[in-house]
Design a protein around this ligand. Structure first.
Ligand SMILES: *Cc1c(COP(=O)(O)O)cnc(C)c1O
Length: 346
């Protein structure tokens, strides 16, 4: 197989911004230390590139969701720094945790028993304080299966941290109660938005994810977080449209004049989803080029009238300031990051 030619899609990462975001979130965490949620391949940006930067910035605790995500993180972090949020589902997970040295997050009495029966050792414990997702119930905390655990980090997860909601104070009160019931080396409650709720929510360790990668989930983080991911796509063809010509599937755009159009190597298979169609724009050296018609699987077409010097092979910027992109498309900032596809050169 000969060497592959250069790609027509690339995802530029600003490592300085990633490091600065971790430091800003660590600073805002006050006396607590900030860890890093690195699940889902660092929210789609690439574990291989992000974890070394986060580690260099000072992050010393990493959270993944699946066991399958552990090996990539262990290339750059010590096993004792890595926690697996989904916890052990079966004996094979327990064996893997014990042999690799990473810590399972125990989420149920079943998982607690599985872990202890498999030999146990330090683990983390997730208590459910109201999100009703993963986590042991408050009433189960006094169960002997929990007393048998050696808990490193006791944690809970906020349901509404990005909103001014009464849920937050309620979950905080229940988490404090849980801290009084379960001896642990450290306590952790806040995700990115939770950090902005103030010192009462910080405990010993915070667990930012989204905001490391440029997401701004709440007003309290505005002005603190820099954009990290900059997608770019190449022009694969220039064409002229005449008055009355339509563009793309279902002919949803019709030209009302002669105009220049550019076909771009970016489509919904790359995570550039259909809500961008009709309202989004790409940019050439800062000049806005509106999308024409629908997003296809592998292509979009833009109005190139404003960029007479544009050539085939030139790179266009995909506007990816996450708060603005979310407002434009109706997609969440989390979705916008994690959908970016495998065809982007990372
Ligand atoms: C994903 C996740 C985080 C990170 O949340 P963000 O909102 O991305 O900051 C923290 N804790 C748990 C348990 C998570 O699942």
């Amino acid at each position: 197989m000969p060497d592959l030619p250069p790609p027509s899609l690339r995802l530029r990462l600003d490592p300085g911004a990633l490091a600065a975001n971790w430091r800003a979130l660590d600073r805002m965490s006050g006396a607590a230390r900030a860890g890093a949620a690195v699940k889902a391949d660092c929210y789609g940006l690439g574990t291989e590139r992000c974890v070394p930067v986060l580690r260099e910035a000072g992050a010393a605790r990493f959270f993944v969701a699946h066991w399958s995500e552990v090996p990539a993180v262990l290339r750059h972090a010590d096993p004792a720094q890595v926690s697996v949020l989904h916890g052990p589902l079966a004996q094979a997970d327990v064996v893997f945790a014990r042999e690799s040295g990473v810590r399972p997050v125990i989420n149920s009495l079943h998982q607690a028993r599985l872990w202890t029966a498999g030999g146990g050792g330090p683990c983390d414990l997730m208590v459910d304080t109201g999100i009703n997702r993963l986590g042991i119930g408050m009433a189960e905390l006094s169960d002997p299966a929990i007393a048998a655990l050696s808990v490193d980090t006791l944690m809970s997860h906020l349901a509404c941290a990005d909103e001014d909601s009464a849920m937050n104070a309620g979950q905080l009160a229940r988490f404090r109660e849980a801290c009084g019931l379960v001896p642990a080396r450290a306590r952790s409650l806040a995700n990115s938005a939770g950090i902005a709720l103030g010192p009462g929510y910080h405990f010993d360790l915070t667990r930012p994810g989204l905001s490391l990668y440029g997401g701004v989930p709440c007003p309290g983080l505005e002005g603190q977080i820099r954009q990290v991911a900059f997608p770019q796509a190449a022009v694969i063809q220039l064409r002229r449209l005449g008055r009355g010509d339509s563009v793309g599937y279902n002919a949803t755009f019709t030209a009302d004049r002669d105009m220049a159009a550019a076909v771009v190597s970016l489509g919904y298979a790359d995570g550039f989803l259909r809500p961008w169609g009709g309202r989004g724009a790409l940019a050439y050296e800062g000049v806005r080029l509106p999308l024409l018609g629908r997003v296809s699987m592998d292509m979009v077409v833009v109005d190139a009238s404003a960029a007479p010097l544009l050539r085939e092979g030139d790179w266009l910027d995909v506007p990816y300031s996450l708060p603005e992109a979310a407002a434009a498309t109706g997609l969440s900032q989390y979705e916008l990051l994690t959908v970016l596809g495998r065809r982007f050169a990372r």
